[in-house]
Ligand binder design. Structure first.
Ligand code: NAD
Ligand code: DAO
Ligand code: ZN
Length: 380
């Protein structure tokens, strides 16, 4: 503790539209010691998520460069700053882009996350203690943080509000996924939608998020789960996860919402957008049940996009809702998700389609772009 650490990081020097073409630069960076209220973590495993690509390609209006991306990871505490009492070196942790302070009005309200304690700083890519980043490059110039996590680095510094301590028995190479995608899907079903046993669902987009929504619906006792994707090859995986029906909108002679209403009578009790496409969000709302259907937006739309529907859809009882990180109070609840995985109640391993060395991160971004990858985990 107390000393800067030199290590390797994958630096996003600038936005690059073709993010899959060697956009990240592996560089030696210096990671300053944690200041008051901060924790320095040795990242052992980092996965890639579309939000990293979204920022890297320049679509994220909050994106700041140069920066160190990455927000779905796990690691071990290396040292802690002044006043930090909840963590000590050697603790196993999952960094959480969605912070939890336990004191703000968001943290105090049940089932709501969106903590505001460090949000302004994480959005600006700096740490709260001095409004500066802890990373510098070989010239001594600053490199900004991303989502308060910056996990594409061998060491990172986190606000203590953005760290969840987990059991040392859990395999870090698996539970790193709980930092984003699959926690999001489960939480959207259990926290946001408050899914009731015996209900029906439609899930649009069958990446890791959509599949974890299917898994969440199945665990919640769904009677029917209609999986929707443009790729026929997703059919098999959707069935494996628990979907009962598969619809490919590109093979239909009518709008997908109409097809789902026709299949179900009055629509599904719950629908979920896991694509980020605003037309899909509309279809998801419109295939939800007249009178009580709930439609949850999970996908992140490109900057400037807007959703629309006829207000009649809402007058007739459908509810349009959404959540970030599945509504989980990260620091408080991620440890419990890890425990559920350890008890075999939820799956994680099956979402990991690729494993690589950290040095191959650009290859992993290419895989993400090509679409055959649910999750790729990098070992640091
Ligand atoms: P992914 O790219 O792996 O999966 C998306 C799937 O949607 C693909 O299978 C694709 O074929 C399918 N798809 C695309 N267009 C479609 C269409 N018109 N109709 C039906 N299917 C279509 O992505 P992912 O990692 O699973 O993430 C899904 C979305 O969730 C992304 O937008 C991501 O940014 C977002 N996300 C949100 C949160 C949150 O907290 N709200 C957290 C994590 C991820
Ligand atoms: O403003 O406090 C806030 C929350 C903003 C973060 C919302 C993130 C939504 C989804 C991110 C995608 C995956 C990391
Ligand atoms: Zn808070």
């Amino acid at each position: 503790a107390g000393q800067p650490i030199k290590c390797t990081a994958a630096v996003a020097r600038a936005a690059k539209k073709n993010y899959w073409e060697d956009a990240l630069v592996l560089e030696e960076v210096t990671v300053a010691p944690p200041q008051a209220g901060e924790v320095r973590v040795k990242i052992t495993h980092a996965a890639l998520c579309h939000t990293d690509a979204f920022t890297l390609c320049g679509d994220d209006p909050e994106g700041k460069f140069p920066s160190i991306l990455g927000h779905e990871a796990a690691g071990i505490v290396e040292s802690v700053g002044e006043g930090v009492t909840e963590f000590e070196p050697g603790d196993h942790v999952v960094p959480c882009y969605q912070a939890y302070c336990g004191k703000c009005e968001f943290c105090l309200r049940p089932r709501i996350n969106l903590c505001t304690s460090v949000r302004a700083f994480t959005g600006a890519g700096v740490m709260k203690a001095d409004s500066k980043p802890r990373f510098t490059d070989s010239k001594g110039d600053p490199i900004y943080h991303f989502m308060g996590t910056s996990t594409f680095a061998e060491y990172t510094v986190l606000h203590q509000e953005s760290v969840a301590k987990i059991t040392k028995a859990a395999p870090l190479e698996k539970v790193c996924l709980l930092g984003c995608g699959i926690s999001t899907g489960w939480g959207a079903v259990w926290n946001t939608a408050e899914f009731e046993k015996g209900s029906t669902a439609a899930v649009f987009g069958l990446g890791a998020v959509g599949l974890s929504v299917i898994e969440g619906c199945k665990i919640a006792g769904a009677s029917r789960i209609i999986a929707v994707d443009l790729l026929d090859k997703k059919l098999e995986v959707a069935k494996k996860w628990g979907a009962t029906d598969f619809v490919n909108p590109s093979k239909l002679d009518k709008p997908v919402q109409q097809a789902i209403v026709d299949m179900t009578g009055f629509g599904v009790d719950y629908s979920f957008d896991c694509t980020g496409n605003v037309e899909v969000m509309r279809a998801a709302l419109e295939c939800s049940h007249r009178g009580w259907g709930k439609s949850v937006v999970i996908g992140v739309a490109a900057a400037g996009k807007e959703i629309s529907t006829r207000p009649f859809q809402l007058i007739t009882g459908r509810q349009w809702m959404g959540s970030a990180f599945g509504g989980w109070k990260s620091k408080l609840e991620v440890p419990g998700l890890v425990d559920r995985y350890m008890k075999g109640e939820v799956k994680i391993d099956e979402y990991i389609t690729h494993e690589m060395k950290f040095e191959e991160i650009n290859k992993a971004l290419k895989l993400l772009h090509e679409g055959d990858c649910l999750r790729c985990v990098l070992a640091l």
